[in-house]
Design a protein around this ligand. Structure first.
Ligand SMILES: NC(=O)c1ccc[n+]([C@@H]2O[C@H](COP(=O)([O-])OP(=O)(O)OC[C@H]3O[C@@H](n4cnc5c(N)ncnc54)[C@H](O)[C@@H]3O)[C@@H](O)[C@H]2O)c1
Length: 344
């Protein structure tokens, strides 16, 4: 078991990798006043939850809405949740995003922590203090920056996760390696089978390394005014692909990463060999690298990205495996590249 502390302007957070769900009580100031989870996680693990007050929300991206947040506010009111209460979200990125947002805004902020139950939320969604919901079809449009007091990453919970969701998590780990950590990238190349078999030692290593990368970037730029944008590698294309295809987040981001790497190559930053390494690793983790659609339709979907500023998108490009740069690209230039990348 290894832990990592995040000390930010928004508060302190500790991420504990390898801890067990059963030890959750150790991290609580008293009893958990309420636990928020989704139906699937409740079905698998309700027996191990340490609280009587359980709120179960449905499942999937479709419930990441203000309506669900309103339902939580109503339940918090009924349960007499106060400023001194403690709320725990147990689930994947959807549960963590909704719970963090509802807890941070109810009574102007109630203490909260997470148990991450998907690989993706262990390495990405629950670390970094971004909490929010989708709005009118725009992803993560309404939200706050607010740190959970703790995040427990219990790899034993991954055994019940659908394999496709495990693959999505690997997509985000590859993202962290590609932007910041060549050694982690190489480890994933050499240990693909162990990782796909969910070998505990290998999983704990890549989750911890991944969290370390994300925490480092977040510590340096908590409010995403500069370097933190690197974590969006693959997301400008990925969010558009996710919306158009309905693919899970991590898989859409895998396609987005390869497109962003191709864009990096076209701009003379990344060699063909390194682009090939990324493609090979994504494929080794059974992630898609192509999405067939009309280039114009993809550009239209990208225009809805909230990170767009007028006609410019902040794009994360690769200079090397493990080294990235944030660049501004105009929509006109992007349109040209997208047409050629998609026809290639
Ligand atoms: N806040 C952030 O910084 C951040 C970063 C990345 C992604 N996200 C968000 O995270 C979300 C995606 O998260 P996700 O991939 O964890 O999806 P998810 O929360 O929808 O979980 C995926 C599926 O797995 C099920 N599940 C979860 N844990 C399980 C377990 N242990 N056993 C069996 N089934 C289980 C869920 O019920 C769901 O059906 C997206 O909404 C994305 O926007 C947020």
């Amino acid at each position: 078991m290894r832990s990592l502390e995040i000390h930010g302007k928004l508060g302190d957070s500790v991420v504990v990798v390898g801890e067990r769900l059963e030890n959750l009580s150790k991290y609580l100031p008293g009893e958990a006043d309420v636990i928020v989870t989704d139906t699937n996680v409740a079905n698998c693990y309700r027996h191990a939850f340490p609280s009587h007050n359980l709120i179960t929300i449905g499942v999937g991206e479709g419930i990441k809405t203000l309506e669900t947040v309103e339902k939580l506010y109503r339940d918090f009111l009924m349960l007499g949740i106060q400023r001194s209460s403690f709320i725990v979200g147990i689930g994947g990125g959807v549960v963590c995003d909704i719970t963090g947002f509802a807890a941070s805004t109810y009574l102007r902020g109630v203490r909260f922590g997470f148990v991450s139950t998907t690989l993706l939320s262990q390495v990405d969604a629950s670390v970094g203090g971004k909490n929010g919901v989708n709005f009118l079809g725009y992803k993560n449009m309404v939200g706050v920056f607010s740190q959970p007091e703790f995040v427990i990453c219990d790899h034993r919970l991954l055994g019940t996760l659908p394999f496709e969701e495990v693959l999505s998590g690997f997509g985000e780990i590859i993202k962290h390696a590609a932007i910041e950590d060549p050694a982690l990238f190489e480890y994933m190349e050499k240990n693909t089978k162990n990782l796909l078999d969910l070998d505990p030692t290998a999983i704990e290593k890549v989750v911890f390394d991944s969290v370390t990368i994300k925490a480092g970037v977040v510590n340096r730029d908590e409010l995403e005014t500069g370097e933190r944008r690197k974590l969006n590698f693959g997301h400008s294309f990925g969010h558009a692909v996710e919306k158009m295809s309905g693919l899970p987040h991590g898989q859409a981001v895998a396609i987005g990463m390869l497109m962003a790497a191709e864009l990096s190559k076209r701009r003379g930053l990344l060699s063909s060999r390194k682009l090939g390494r990324l493609k090979k690793l994504l494929r080794a983790f059974q992630l898609p690298t192509r999405f067939d659609t009309k280039p114009d339709a993809l550009i239209e979907a990208m225009k809805k990205d909230k990170k767009r500023e007028k006609d410019i998108i902040h794009f994360v490009l690769l200079e090397d495996i493990g080294r990235s740069v944030v660049t501004e690209i105009g929509l006109d230039e992007l349109q040209l590249h997208v047409q050629e990348i998609m026809s290639g």
